[in-house]
Design a protein around this ligand. Structure first.
Ligand code: GDP
Ligand code: MN
Length: 381
């Protein structure tokens, strides 16, 4: 789960990471009231889950009340690379002497958190990584030892941080690491981490990703989900307990088991098609779950044809067939379906489908055959 900047900063406050004071607002009136409380000059910042807000005009300095109002009016409702701004964060303006970059990410291959620090902050870090990789100091932290002062000194030294701020930068890194571990985050990124002319160190931006699978340990974080930033189909699937990822193509995919669905995507691509989604209905799916999954797939208007690829183990092919028949009774789909049923109760499943005489449903016995058929149908549509 990706957090908005201000939600990340709420976690920063909880963990003692220094950041400018601020208030969220979702209307112009609220924004002006917040700006009055914070005082001037302040910064009005668009809250969307995407970087580069500054360049897109989503971050504006206000030196008085009328500018705060003007900026809030301009930014609320603004479209930033496809995302609508529903909220702004009003923050005390900072003076900047230097912009650094700091992050903690989980490095799966090393099975340990990786900390990064650079004095080339404020810009696109991927660009720095490509053009000047030595400008980013990196250090893995042994999770059993945790973050120690010497880790901070070593990163600061390697990144060539100004000598007078090595201590406060190290202390900020320690707090970011604490947040990362205690909140079960998979990413904590501060870009820029600023040094003010008074040589104070502060987090000016916050990008935090929490591990969804650990949310049950943090009921206080469950409310941080930004529903407006989520894709409509993905939200619908999540509510229905389905594993669904939206993709760019026009062929809806349903399978049982993540591995089978992944290989189905490959086979469809190989046959020249473009999958519209990944949908794993899971093992042992009952008819109801299948009907519910069909509704999610078809709620994507781009879908021109659907492929069911079921290998019955715990999942029974007759249940899948019943689910599809129910879905047809309930929503009367207009797009063609190709169904490949193999394994437990496949004969029964195919018999049910044949008897139901569903319009536009084609059965295939092999995965390759099914992929070719669905690509052909999507093209013809
Ligand atoms: P992003 O563009 O989405 O990454 O948003 P950031 O919060 O990182 O802001 C982008 C840039 O705006 C920063 O790198 C700063 O240069 C500038 N900026 C943001 N807040 C302030 C502020 O309070 N004072 C000044 N002088 N610049 C700011
Ligand atoms: Mn930033």
């Amino acid at each position: 789960m990706d957090l908005l900047e201000y939600q990340g900063k709420q976690l920063f406050a909880r963990h003692g990471v220094p950041a400018p004071e601020g208030r969220p607002a979702s209307t112009v009136e609220e924004a002006v009231a917040a700006a009055d409380e914070i005082g001037y000059p302040c910064v009005v910042k668009a809250q969307v889950q995407i970087g580069g807000r500054g360049k897109a005009g989503g971050i504006k300095l206000a030196k008085d009340r009328s500018e705060a109002e003007e900026n809030a009016r301009a930014i609320l409702g603004m479209d930033i690379r496809g995302l609508t701004v529903h909220e702004v964060w009003i923050e005390a303006a900072s003076e900047i002497a230097s912009e650094y970059y700091a992050s903690v990410v989980f490095d799966r291959s090393a099975k340990a958190p990786l900390m990064m620090l650079s004095t080339k902050g404020g810009m696109d870090i991927e660009e720095v990584a490509a053009s000047d990789p030595d400008a980013i100091a990196r250090l893995h932290i042994d999770p059993l030892i945790g973050f120690q002062d010497f880790h901070g000194r070593r990163l600061a030294f390697e990144a060539r941080v100004d000598a007078d701020v090595v201590r406060p930068v190290g202390s900020m890194l320690a707090r970011l690491y604490g947040l990362f571990v205690e909140e079960d985050a998979t990413l904590v990124e501060v870009n820029p981490l600023i040094v003010t002319p008074e040589r104070e160190v502060r987090a000016l931006d916050a990008k935090v990703t929490l591990d969804d699978n650990a949310l049950f340990r943090h009921p206080e974080n469950a409310g941080l989900r930004d529903v407006s930033g989520e894709d409509e189909q993905e939200r619908m699937a999540k509510e229905r307990g389905l594993t669904y990822v939206k993709l760019d193509g026009d062929i809806g995919i349903l399978g049982n088991g993540a591995g089978l669905v992944m290989s189905t995507l490959d086979v469809v691509a190989e046959a020249g098609g473009a999958p519209a989604n990944f949908l794993d209905a899971g093992g042992g799916s009952k008819a109801e779950a299948i009907t519910s999954a069909v509704e999610v797939i078809l709620s994507d208007p781009k879908v021109k044809a659907v492929l069911f690829n079921i290998f019955g183990g715990i999942t029974r092919c007759d249940e899948v067939a019943r689910g599809l028949i129910e879905a047809f009774a309930k929503i009367d789909p207009k797009v063609p379906f190709v169904v490949r049923l193999d394994g437990t109760n496949d004969v029964e499943g195919r018999r049910l489908l044949a008897e139901a005489r569903l319009p536009n449903v084609y059965t295939e016995s092999t995965m390759d055959g099914a992929a070719e058929k669905v690509v052909e149908l999507a093209r013809a549509a």
